[in-house]
Design a protein around this ligand. Structure first.
Ligand code: SAM
Length: 276
């Protein structure tokens, strides 16, 4: 296969192993009424396999040259929509006619985490996401409490989604070859999770704060809240480090703090927590 010169700034590593491309297509399991959104189609390695299987596909490609190439290469039909924009600026309500869609992408590794969070913010519209990511990022996404790579990304991804690692993909499957190994993952947004945060933004802040002091036990990192008499010890073992706290426990702590704030700060508007 011949490829255009890869642009590093766009994280271009093109899939060039047809067996891997076919394997990926198989695990996505495209259905004939699926509406697909593909981020970074590049030269269309995956796109070519998906088009015959789905109802409609929208392609978001930041590289003008590649977007033009795809326009020439792919038959211009009503069910193929090619957008030359940054996926981080993409808003489904502008382009997806209120339809629920399935997201697919071999993502540029430098912006994969912000892209995941960007699309999770539209999660009622996203049926599922099938993404090629740096293996190390996938390992963080699927990590369980007690594992070394369990952190903010594990908690927030698993809070919003059911997560499944599907394939390991060696660096030799790409052109040019990246310096890291890759893995293909499925994220399924799940609105029926048993524990629900009262304020998701606060949950994210709390989790970020706890993991920014990874070695500290919760008793220390949650001190400002404990000093205000919030009984967090009833929810979680405060002698543990954040890497040993489950998602349900993080949600429980965040909700307890939120409830305390609702009951107390409204009574005394001037009282504010010191920053952790
Ligand atoms: N899907 C192709 C493949 O598997 O061969 C290309 C994958 S390559 C890793 C990433 C692709 O995403 C490139 O085509 C790149 O131009 C595009 N890209 C990078 N940043 C982007 C962004 N912010 N929005 C949309 N596309 C982007």
């Amino acid at each position: 296969m011949s490829f255009p010169k890869a642009k590093k700034r766009f994280g271009q590593n093109f899939l060039n192993d047809q067996l891997v491309i076919n394997e990926i297509t198989k695990v996505i399991n495209v259905q004939q009424d699926d509406i697909i959104l593909e981020i970074g189609p590049g030269t269309g390695a995956l796109t070519k396999n998906i088009i015959p299987l789905c109802k409609e596909i929208t392609l978001i490609e930041i590289d003008f040259g590649l977007a033009m190439l795809l326009k020439k290469k792919l038959p211009e039909q009503q069910r193929i929509n090619i957008l030359n924009i940054d996926a981080l600026d993409f808003n489904p309500s502008e382009f997806m006619k209120n339809s629920r869609f399935r997201l697919v992408g071999n993502l540029p590794y430098n912006i994969s985490t912000p892209l995941i969070f960007h699309f999770l913010s539209f999660s009622p519209s996203v049926i599922d996401m099938h993404l090629m990511l740096q293996k190390e990022v996938v390992d963080r996404i699927i990590a369980q409490p007690g594992q070394k790579n369990y952190g903010r990304l594990s908690v927030m991804a698993q809070y919003k989604c059911d997560v499944y690692k599907l394939l390991d993909v060696p660096a030799s499957s790409f052109q040019p070859m990246p310096r890291v190994q890759s893995a293909f993952v499925r994220l399924v947004p799940n609105s029926k999770k048993s524990s629900k945060a009262l304020d998701e933004k606060f949950l994210k802040t709390l989790v970020t704060q706890c993991f920014s002091k990874r070695r500290k036990i919760l008793k220390n990192s949650l001190k400002p809240y404990l000093d205000n008499g919030i009984e967090l010890d009833k929810i979680v073992d405060l002698s543990l480090r954040p890497e040993n706290i489950s998602i349900e426990e993080f949600v429980g702590v965040a909700n307890k703090i939120n409830e305390w704030e609702i009951n107390n700060l409204t009574k005394n508007k001037d009282k504010k927590f010191e920053q952790i």
